[in-house]
Ligand binder design. Structure first.
Ligand code: AQP
Length: 336
């Protein structure tokens, strides 16, 4: 049976980008067609300046939002990365396979290290080695598929390279995974800066729709989205990124095609205002059930604890044999 692994970092409040690019597909499709594991990758949140209490809070909130988005613990495994030691164990082995040069080529490292430096903070070594830990997350489970947004494809490519290199040098140990992406909204852009990805850890929040934003806040953010001054409505990601972003969000919410939506708006002589209104309404309706379910789950922390305890036990049982095999393959003496 196909196995799927993916995760979300508790580095901020989850966004519409996380939902449309990843969570929704995990819930609606992936968990029902494959053996799936979904993880709050909290160790990754330590790669940048952080407040420990906030990371703890955001980890619980992210886990709750995974369930609120529709992940069913009876069907898939939901857990927290730091509860399963195998991630860190395997990460070290993969650091012995990866090279410094390939880490420095990662786009996210370049962006986030520049951000840390601009804020006068040191660049943590773990930010450089973060993709190796992500490779360990995936390879420990023998995942065939990794459903992610566009921003993570380079890291999944690196994971493939490391797995192939390891298998070649030390014998066939890892499954070679592949990234899968949603057809639409693989890269939801910031509503105020359509050249940048909508990212949960970004400081300027006016262009970011958070999953737990109140309906009026969602509507305000969408209505104030940056577009352009060209006449008519057309779908062109390069030339009209703000407009394309709105069309993709609306398409993703409604199951329509962005180009078809653009053509309909253009033919009807409807302007950006109408498009923004429809998009705002669609996003509010999309988030309504998720927010209600999150509120229910928040009222029952014991239930969430049980889900995460059980999830970690299941995850550990899958990961341990593969990680132990990797230790042996690399020449480490098994304990007597
Ligand atoms: N804007 C997005 N559009 C589509 N998919 C997205 N994803 C993230 N942002 C978008 C996908 O959501 C999953 C979980 O993301 P993550 O927690 O690994 O990363 P993040 O939300 O981008 O959080 P960061 O790294 O804390 O913020 P940034 O990088 O913006 O500073 C992944 O599958 C991701 O592809």
């Amino acid at each position: 049976m196909t196995r799927i692994f993916s995760g979300v970092k508790p580095t901020g409040h989850l966004t519409l980008g996380n939902y449309l690019g990843a969570l929704r597909r995990w819930a609606e499709e992936d968990q029902h067609r494959a053996e799936s594991l979904f993880c709050v990758v909290d160790l990754h949140a330590l790669t940048v300046e952080h407040d420990p209490a906030r990371v703890r809070r955001l980890s619980r909130q992210a886990a709750s939002l995974l369930l609120a988005a529709g992940l069913d613990p009876a069907v898939c495994t939901v857990f927290v990365q730091s509860h399963v030691d195998e991630h860190a164990r395997l990460s070290y082995l993969l650091e012995c396979v990866a090279t410094d040069g390939e880490m420095r080529r990662m786009i996210q490292y370049k962006e986030k290290s520049a951000r840390a430096q601009a804020a006068g903070q040191g660049v943590r070594l773990s930010l450089l080695t973060y993709p190796v830990l992500m490779a360990a997350d995936i390879l420990a489970y023998g995942a065939d598929e990794v459903p992610v947004g566009e921003d993570q494809t380079q890291h999944v490519e690196l994971t493939r390279d490391l797995a192939e290199r390891f298998n070649q040098r030390y014998g066939g140990t890892f499954v070679i995974p592949r990234a899968t992406q949603p057809a639409v909204a693989a890269r939801v852009m910031d509503l105020q800066d359509p050249a940048s990805k909508m990212g949960k850890s970004h400081e300027a929040t006016a262009g970011i729709v958070y999953l737990l934003d109140e309906p009026d806040v969602v509507a305000k953010k969408v209505m104030r989205a940056v577009t352009d001054s060209e006449p008519g409505v057309s779908y062109d990601r390069e030339a009209r990124p703000g407009l394309a972003n709105l069309l993709e969000i609306l398409a993703s919410c409604t199951g329509k095609e962005p180009a078809a939506l653009a053509a309909a708006y253009d033919a009807g002589g409807l302007g950006f205002g109408a498009l923004k209104r429809e998009t705002a309404d669609a996003v509010v309706e999309l988030l309504r059930p998720l927010q209600a379910r999150h509120a229910e789950l928040s009222a029952d922390p014991g239930y969430m604890d049980g889900v995460l305890r059980e999830g970690a036990a299941r995850a550990r049982a899958i990961a341990r044999p593969t990680v132990d095999a990797a230790y042996r393959a690399m020449g480490l003496l098994p304990p007597a």
